[in-house]
Design a protein around this ligand. Structure first.
Ligand SMILES: [Zn+2]
Length: 412
């Protein structure tokens, strides 16, 4: 219903009427502002036959796209952050290898395009190119029929070598002149809390969101100093991010590793030391479960409701990817515990697990590192000590080095 028809039917008069119109106009403006963040996908075209199909899709600006394969039936799934589809149904009709095209919004504001194919296929090319003669960008993908064995190999490759459904990092997909592809091992550091969500408060007044940001920045700087990793942060200032946004940042950067940094409090003031958590539906112990429950409240603290978690595509392959990712997360957690134990104090049973929402990326190995407890005055003092942080950072870097090395050795 437009504002004009509403005005006509409601016949608002006097101050109350003007107020209604004012709020409606404000609402319409806000709605439009929300839409300004969209990427519009249009001009979808397919050409080809039973052995080869080329897809071209236009975008009004640079899309952040990634793709993965599914089987049963053989499918190509293309996710584009914030995309809205303005596609002509005729252009999306079955053609050659492609038997069905579906598209629409999925969770987190992503737009998803799903192509079903009449048999096993390979993605020979997938590029995002800047248009030269007109504004905007275009996605060009070449799909070719292939053997069942080759398709299975591509599936296995997608699951095991990168631990990621993402085929190539973003730097590889946007081709601009002679830009060199950035294939470096990518780490996304997530400083816990931020903005309206301050996190825990120490016995002497240290604030968790500041402690985590300081540590994350120092870790990033140290890692970048090695010049072998690509390092990104979910936030680099005092801003609030929803938990699913933190997960999304990791996936959008094609992260090979996600580390969420925290420094919480615990009821027992005597307890101190670092802990490394991985995600699990079953918590390792009551304290871990309680911590995960507290962390998961972050979104509610900021006045946001927690959305349904079961929005991921339910698929055997996705389950397989999740399990593979989980084993990588556990492997890194163990390496990290081993590395930290040489330099800093750890709590008893330092690898624990619980249902942390921030660790739920299905395709990015993720851990939550509790540096120490702000409820313990010695831990708080250490967290504020640059020398202690430097030692902890050196341990984390050692663990990353062996994990990245092992990933590379297994072909990733
Ligand atoms: Zn925390």
């Amino acid at each position: 219903m437009t504002i004009r028809t509403l005005k006509r039917t409601m016949q608002p008069s006097g101050i109350a009427g003007r107020l209604i119109v004012f709020w409606l106009v404000l609402f319409a403006c806000l709605a439009r502002a929300a839409h300004a963040g969209d990427v519009v996908a249009h001009g979808f075209k397919m050409a080809g036959d039973d052995t080869r199909v080329r897809l071209v899709m236009q975008f009004d600006r640079e899309p952040d796209a990634n793709w993965f394969l599914l089987r049963g039936p053989h499918r190509l799934v293309i996710d584009v952050a914030g995309a809205r589809f303005a596609i002509d149904a005729e252009a999306a009709a079955a053609r050659g290898l492609v038997t069905d095209v579906r598209y629409g919004g999925v969770s987190d504001g992503r737009g998803r395009l799903i192509l079903s194919l009449n048999g096993p296929f390979a993605v020979e090319a997938f590029d995002i190119l800047e248009n030269s003669s007109s504004a905007g960008y275009r996605m060009v993908a070449d799909l070719v029929a292939t053997s069942a064995a080759a398709f299975e190999a591509a599936l296995a490759d997608q699951v095991t070598t990168t631990g990621s459904t993402r085929s190539t990092p973003k730097g590889d997909r946007v081709v601009k002149g002679n830009e060199i592809a950035d294939r470096r091992f990518t780490i996304v550091i997530d400083p816990g809390h931020g903005g309206i969500d301050s996190g825990a408060r120490g016995v002497s007044g240290a604030v968790e969101k500041d402690v985590t940001l300081t540590f994350a920045k120092e870790l990033k700087e140290a890692l970048e100093g090695l010049d072998i990793y690509r390092v990104r942060m979910t936030r680099d200032d005092d801003s609030f991010l929803r938990l699913d946004e933190r997960v999304r940042v990791a996936r959008q950067h094609g992260a090979n590793l996600f580390i969420s940094v925290h420094a919480d409090t615990i009821r027992y003031k005597g307890v101190r030391g670092a802990t490394v958590y991985t995600v699990s539906d079953q918590a390792s112990d009551a304290e871990a479960a309680a911590l995960a429950a507290r962390e998961n409240l972050s979104d509610e603290l900021a006045g946001l409701s927690i959305e349904d978690e079961n929005h991921e595509v339910s698929d055997i392959l996705m389950d397989l990817i999740r399990r593979e990712t989980q084993s990588f997360s556990v492997r890194f957690a163990r390496t990290l515990v081993g590395s930290l134990s040489n330099e800093v104090e750890l709590i008893k049973n330092p690898h624990r697990y619980a249902g942390f929402r921030v660790l739920r990326a299905p395709d990015v190995p993720s851990v939550l590192l509790e540096l120490g407890y702000l409820s313990n005055k010695d831990d708080e003092k250490q967290l504020l000590d640059p020398e202690w942080r430097a030692r902890a950072i050196a341990s984390v870097m050692g663990a990353i080095r062996s994990f990245a090395g092992a990933t590379a050795a297994s072909g990733g």
